[in-house]
Ligand binder design. Structure first.
Ligand code: FA5
Length: 356
């Protein structure tokens, strides 16, 4: 009879344990339940301890029943433990008001600014044509920005480039300015190369990129801060034909073989003769629009380096000649990508930037 009691106690422990487990709702209560039904002094441990005293007939029955009840209670414990953890997580998510079923936000990879992309393409194209990149300074002296380029103090042509002065007071006729164009780099680069061999300065072929600043009224093609890329080639026997060939070739490489370009006579104190370089406006198909005005978009100025400027750079104008140009990469990008207002470049509007 006592032997049958053991079996009954095991069945009771299983039924009561499973019943009690239904109301267990916390980690602490689960631990208490575990001690009560699977701990040291339970119907299961008692059954195992009694095995030695049982008859040979009952021993396997009680052993198997104790094992079955133990495995069933352990499985129920594991399942309950899992569901308690899930409810705790759900409660914490609900309190954070976090909807984990929402789709994740896609990561936006960074990209290069269209102006940087354009500049890099220009370095590549000019590189293929044998030009090296030379970096000149962004904050200049009046001497380099104007005087050495044949704009003496008070010269009317200074009005073409309204200037931001950084430091005017103490420096008399040589104030510090934000460069209004990349042309001061012409004299800086020539001086640097001429200094390597003053008797026989080496021939040079350089492009000088960088930011320029003018106190200007902004419109669809004018900004107060804009990029230029200057070019300068100095050597023996360089002619205006070389200049025309270089810029025409550049336009074909950038815009295709059939692009229409034109050189328009102009004036710069530091080149003689001088010209503006225009490309047919693709934005309006040459009809004339708010960006170009008359069907052509001016992308740069150019000319043969003025003898005074060659001399200022350390190159004897009797022996050397050279051409120079200053282009607007943003104007080129406008034609390239159909951008109808230069002010988009620095507005940092993602709807614009994400298109490139
Ligand atoms: C100059 O700045 C001369 N230094 C160019 C030059 C270099 C001539 C070497 C001869 C020899 P200009 O002011 O025209 O010239 O400017 C040249 C180009 O820079 C323009 O064609 C245009 O593409 C760009 N640019 C000038 N001003 C602005 C502006 N406010 N906003 C955007 N781009 C501009």
């Amino acid at each position: 009879m006592a032997e049958e009691n053991v079996l009954q106690e095991l069945e009771d422990a299983l039924a009561k344990g499973l019943e009690d487990l239904k109301s267990v709702a916390s980690e602490e209560a689960l631990l208490a339940w575990r001690n009560q039904y699977l701990g040291k002094n339970t119907a299961i441990t008692q059954a195992f301890q009694s095995l030695g005293k049982l008859s040979a007939e009952m021993r396997p029955q009680v052993g198997q029943a104790a094992n079955r009840v133990k495995v069933a209670l352990e499985a129920a414990l594991a399942e309950r433990s899992e569901s308690i953890k899930e409810s705790a997580l759900a409660a914490s998510i609900a309190s954070e008001k976090l909807d984990v079923t929402l789709p994740g936000r896609p990561m936006t990879p960074g990209r290069l600014h269209p102006d940087t992309q354009m500049l890099r393409e220009l370095y590549r194209v000019f590189g293929e044509m044998g030009f090296q990149v030379y970096r000149s300074r962004e904050v200049e002296t009046d001497e380099y920005n104007f005087q050495l380029l044949n704009f003496p103090v008070g010269h009317p042509a200074r009005d073409m480039q309204d200037t931001y002065f950084v430091e005017a007071g103490e420096r008399g006729d040589n104030p510090i300015v934000m460069r209004t164009h990349t042309s001061p780099g012409q004299v800086r680069s020539m001086r640097e190369y001429a200094a390597t061999n003053p008797e026989n300065p080496p021939a040079i072929r350089l492009v000088l990129p960088g930011m320029c600043y003018r106190y200007e009224q902004t419109d669809a093609r004018h900004e107060t801060q804009f990029d230029q890329i200057e070019g300068i080639a100095v050597g023996e026997g360089i002619t205006f034909s070389n200049l025309k060939a270089t810029l025409s070739d550049l336009a074909r490489r950038l815009f295709g073989q059939n692009v229409r370009t034109r050189f328009r006579a102009s004036y710069f104190p530091f080149t003689e003769p001088s010209a503006e370089f225009d490309v047919e406006c693709f934005l309006c198909g040459g009809k004339g629009c708010a960006v170009c005005g008359g069907g052509w978009l001016e992308i740069g100025g150019c000319g043969m380096v003025n003898p005074n400027v060659l001399r200022n750079g350390g190159y004897d104008p009797e022996r050397y000649s050279g051409f120079a140009f200053g282009l607007g990469p943003q104007r080129i990008a406008m034609l390239r990508y159909g951008i109808n207002d230069i002010r988009y470049f620095w507005e940092n509007d993602l709807r614009f930037l994400e298109q490139f």
